[in-house]
Design a protein around this ligand. Sequence first.
Ligand SMILES: NC(=O)c1ccc[n+]([C@@H]2O[C@H](COP(=O)([O-])OP(=O)(O)OC[C@H]3O[C@@H](n4cnc5c(N)ncnc54)[C@H](O)[C@@H]3O)[C@@H](O)[C@H]2O)c1
Ligand SMILES: [Zn+2]
Length: 371
Amino acid sequence: VSDSPLRVVEVAVEPPYAVRIGPGALARLEPDVERLGLRPVALLSDARVFELHGARLGALASLPVHLAPRGEEGKSFAALEALLEHLASVGADRGACLVTLGGGSLSDLGGLAASLYARGIDVVHAPTTLLAQVDASVGGKTAINLRAAKNLAGTVHQPRTVLADTDTLATLSADELRSGLGEVVKTALVGGESELSLIEERAPALVDGDASALARATAACVRVKARIVAADPLERGRRRELNLGHTFAHAIERAAGYGVIPHGHAVATGVSLALACARELGKLEEPELPERIDALLRALGLSPTWTELAERWDARLEPDRVLDAVALDKKGRASEPSLVLPRGAGRIELDVRPGRDFVAAFLRRQAGATA
Ligand SMILES: NC(=O)c1ccc[n+]([C@@H]2O[C@H](COP(=O)([O-])OP(=O)(O)OC[C@H]3O[C@@H](n4cnc5c(N)ncnc54)[C@H](O)[C@@H]3O)[C@@H](O)[C@H]2O)c1
Ligand SMILES: [Zn+2]
């Protein structure tokens, strides 16, 4: 099978795996599974994705399929239990492999089930959203949600191979595509100047859904993520750079009510807020960077400012409620806000603690500011 139109990024964890990106990548799933000696026994998808793209899996589409609830609803204990029972019902043993076909919610659920079933079976991901191709399907983080917080119950369980078929992105809505572009900007800013200018040059093509621009941008971002994950697979340190913009984004999503603002759209605003915050704290080494990123976000159809985001999604964003969510730790307890802030492109500072009062005043200013 010719690999020529596909971009390949290696993730150097143990065992290492490849992420293949580009049109028709799913045709490589069967030969890859064979080459790696994997034994696929079940397929996880949702009804919409399976109907739209199941056929791209070739013979693997006839594996016993388990359809989870779409989106975040699939990240529940009930869905996890049903999937584990499905694995048992098809007679999966320790050498079995689960195939996931869908967005980030499905790879999170499937990865978690694979890490638990028989104390760990193989999993391969076929991500079908831009967000999942750029971010969620790579790096091995798995999770379901608890009432206290999103992603609170999870493991790290690396996939054996990832096939990011850009042909599947054609059926995404414009808003779903842009949500992925929010993570693209975040990852490019973490990566550095060359990734950032690559995204800037291709912004019009990306927002148009141009397949070759998407494949190019996705490969650049996956390369950044792969480098960081290989250096810190368990997120003990620098992997937290990838949380850039996420403290504000998660707080905004929570304050608006989960499901109101799509994740990547909140991340876009979160990145812009992180830049503004870095500037106010005197940490910014590239004075023009906030305006540059805001212009890029706008070119990609995203909302850099608080007020634009709130209006666009008809969300009520009270600064004090966002502050409460910023000041919650992973376990849902009140704590001092810890921020991930950019000093410049490719230079990210972890665990910045400017104090609750500073963050409160900052958020009120942002909520009052107009574009
Ligand atoms: N594990 C990680 O490292 C990581 C990283 C980032 C995000 N995530 C998680 O990813 C989730 C978000 O993932 P997402 O943005 O991919 O959304 P999603 O998985 O929740 O899917 C959103 C919707 O898109 C539909 N869909 C999927 N592919 C489609 C296609 N090709 N055409 C048409 N419709 C399609 C699905 O049916 C679903 O209804 C969040 O739960 C987030 O926590 C995880
Ligand atoms: Zn994210």
